[in-house]
Design a protein around this ligand. Structure first.
Ligand SMILES: [Zn+2]
Ligand SMILES: [Zn+2]
Length: 297
């Protein structure tokens, strides 16, 4: 529980900083956009404002996911984080599509980007802040194993990339190359969509109880057979559960063992699994008496 609470606390802190920075970006971009008559910059600023909503979503999702098991959810609430991340990935794909759409329509309308130092400055500030947000969120997300925070981090980076596109576009306008902005925007949209689809797929797998890496499974089997008197493992099932892993194993042991000895082996198997599998949340061991010697030639 303590571990969980410190995880939530550090994620809370990151997300609150993110919200404050996004409000700052909202103000600076909208003011710069109005000053330099750039609808792109105003739209970008409003986007930063809407990012506050996804950040609030991360906080709510994390808080709900960290609740311990209760009467109705016997395996805990970790999947709420997966669902939060799933929704964030859809937002990310939408953001990517939006960037691509506005880039394409700007090309079709032969839109002219106006050069202004204020606009250039606002884009630069946005790149720096968004990249810092990415770095912080990605690091904390990796450390705390929070898929939702990592997805939010990728959102920050996609925003940084779209600001780079704005920066290139505004700079291009100074040298009379107005199409640069739209081309950069289009490339950015492809990158953002790719990241969004990747996160979407991962979450989808988690929602349908994907196993851990198969190498880890076969390695685990080897270790159990080596370190215990288990004769045969007839089934070993793993499924990801948010950042945690649930494991069911069916072992077969010498049929002449008494209940005490069988229990001891089961406990040992559980200890090995919890030692070997990072974030093993729950291990169920089923003990069978070995009937056939073919399992143990
Ligand atoms: Zn965004
Ligand atoms: Zn519940």
């Amino acid at each position: 529980m303590d571990n969980n609470q410190s995880k939530i606390r550090s994620i809370h802190r990151i997300v609150l900083i993110t919200i404050a920075l996004n409000i700052f970006l909202l103000l600076i971009k909208v003011i710069a956009g109005i000053a330099s008559n750039s609808t792109a910059l105003i739209a970008d600023g409003l986007h930063s404002g809407s990012d506050v909503i996804t950040s609030v979503g991360v906080i709510i999702g994390m808080a709900m996911a960290s609740k311990p098991r209760d009467e109705h959810h016997h395996y805990g609430h970790e999947k709420i984080e997966t669902i939060t991340t799933f929704l964030l990935s859809i937002v990310l794909i939408y953001v990517g599509a939006q960037i691509g759409y506005s880039a394409l329509s700007a090309i079709l309308r032969k839109e002219q980007v106006l050069f202004s130092y204020f606009g250039l400055f606002a884009a630069l500030v946005s790149i720096i802040i968004k990249e810092i947000q990415y770095q912080i969120a990605y690091r904390v997300g990796t450390r705390e194993k929070s898929a939702a925070l990592i997805a939010d981090a990728w959102h920050h980076r996609s925003d940084a990339l779209s600001s780079i596109a704005s920066f290139i576009g505004i700079l291009g306008a100074k040298f009379g190359i107005s199409i640069l902005d739209s081309m950069a925007g289009f490339i950015v949209s492809l990158i953002v969509i790719k990241v969004g689809v990747h996160i979407f797929k991962e979450c989808f797998q988690e929602l349908i109880d994907v196993s851990i890496h198969l190498d880890e499974v076969s390695n685990l089997k080897k270790i159990i057979l080596k370190e215990t008197s288990v004769k045969y493992i007839s089934d070993l099932r793993t499924r990801k559960h948010g950042a945690k892993v649930l494991i069911d194993i069916r072992i077969c042991v010498d049929p002449t063992m008494d209940v005490h000895q069988g229990h001891e082996i089961a406990e040992k198997v559980e200890r090995i699994i919890k030692r070997e599998i990072e974030n093993a949340k729950d291990v169920i061991v089923h003990v069978d008496p070995c009937k056939f010697n073919i399992f143990n030639p």
